[in-house]
Write a protein that binds this ligand. Structure first.
Ligand SMILES: NC(=O)C1=CN([C@@H]2O[C@H](COP(=O)(O)OP(=O)(O)OC[C@H]3O[C@@H](n4cnc5c(N)ncnc54)[C@H](OP(=O)(O)O)[C@@H]3O)[C@@H](O)[C@H]2O)C=CC1
Ligand SMILES: Cc1cn([C@H]2C[C@H](O)[C@@H](COP(=O)(O)OP(=O)(O)O[C@H]3O[C@@H](C)C(=O)[C@@H](O)[C@H]3O)O2)c(=O)[nH]c1=O
Ligand SMILES: [Mg+2]
Length: 296
């Protein structure tokens, strides 16, 4: 099976590349700028059609949540028109598309884990673009899996875990918001789930799914866990001070509650992400070995 993933440097792309290596019968390739530029429809269609994969994973996106508030046109071009072009290209070659989306499509005022059919109501520009992107993907290719995940971290790229470890090198105390709740998700676990879905995808299974790390937390407790693991392995750590969202300066207003219920993906595809604390341990240890030259 030939899987084509959009983007080259992203956390999910790099995790997929790593996890697909050991899978017999799976050939995974990644394609990004300049050959495939989501803001240039022709480049998207041409590069996907000529690669002729069996499945397309649409993982590239505009992900800068605060910056999107200042440049909504760019974010919409990439996350709506770009995502739609990826799905359309897949449809042209008869391939299904697995499209990544986010917990930020929800308003976040419901503390219960969101199920797939729950009403969306994004409060940020990023969330609005991803929400409209979902609709565009569904319209462009009936054979779609829209996979919403959340709070993604990994040994690759920019993410909260790496940011916390970097900040702790120069600071003893770090204020972190404690009133936003969600499910941290390791991109490595997510990659395993995506590969399992890609291999078992059949008629009757298309639609929207949630796939996020097991267990929930808030950003402050997430940071505390990162530092507890790091400290055990001789890495940087800091005291975490709880702050309220209202006290933390940010352009985009994140949802207070964006827990996702991943039961449907577990029932239909048998995917079961690990607990966020277990996976955080794996990722922190890799980051310490890679970036901080200790632990490992
Ligand atoms: N990160 C998170 O916390 C979450 C992410 N998601 C979703 O999961 C998916 C993957 O996220 P993640 O891997 O973390 O993203 P990253 O921010 O790590 O990477 C984004 C990727 O998109 C590519 N990209 C951005 N703009 C373009 C463009 N115009 N043309 C082609 N490629 C482009 C980047 O390419 P380049 O390397 O060239 O910049 C990069 O490869 C996205 O759809 C995101 O919305 C969902 C929930 C949480
Ligand atoms: C760096 C930092 C962040 N924070 C807060 C800001 C924010 O509310 C929260 C997380 O910060 P981030 O910048 O990682 O958050 P953010 O970029 O909003 O993360 C989101 O990214 C997009 C792509 C998604 O799809 C979401 O699922 C989610 O993962 O922590 C602190 O309180 N203190 C800090 O020192
Ligand atoms: Mg961010």
């Amino acid at each position: 099976m030939k899987i084509l993933v959009t983007g080259t440097a992203g956390q999910v792309v790099r995790s997929l590349a790593e996890r697909a290596v050991d899978l017999p019968g799976v050939q995974l390739s990644a394609i990004g700028r300049p050959q495939l530029d989501l803001s240039d429809r022709k480049s998207v269609i041409a590069s996907i059609v000529s690669a002729k994969p069996d499945v397309v994973v649409s993982a590239a996106a505009y992900t800068a949540v605060d910056r999107a508030e200042d440049e909504p046109e760019r974010a919409f071009a990439v996350n709506v028109a770009g995502a739609s072009a990826v799905a359309e290209a897949a449809e042209l070659i008869g391939a299904p598309v697995i499209h990544l989306s986010t917990d930020y499509v929800f308003a976040g005022d419901d503390p219960k884990p969101y199920r797939e059919q729950a009403e969306t109501g994004p409060k940020t520009v990023y969330g609005m673009t991803k929400c409209e992107g979902e609709r565009a993907v569904a319209q462009s290719n009936p054979r779609h899996v829209i996979l919403r995940t959340s709070w993604v971290y990994s040994p690759f790229g920019k993410n909260f875990v790496r940011t916390m470890l970097t900040l702790a090198r120069d600071r003893n105390a770090i204020p972190v918001v404690s009133d936003q709740w969600g499910n941290p998700t390791s991109a490595l676990d997510l990659a395993d789930g995506i590969l399992q879905i890609a291999s078992n995808l059949g008629a009757g299974q298309f639609g929207i799914y949630h796939l996020a790390g097991a267990g929930d937390t808030n950003w402050a407790d997430f940071a505390r866990h990162v530092f507890a693991v790091s400290r055990t392995h001789g890495g940087p750590f800091a005291d975490v001070t709880d702050v309220a969202t209202s006290e933390y300066p940010a352009k985009a207003r994140r949802p207070a509650f964006s827990r996702l219920c991943s039961e449907k993906a577990s029932v239909v595809f048998g995917v079961q992400p690990r607990h966020w604390q277990t996976s955080t341990e794996t990722v922190v240890r890799r980051l310490l070995a890679q970036d901080f030259h200790n632990g490992g």
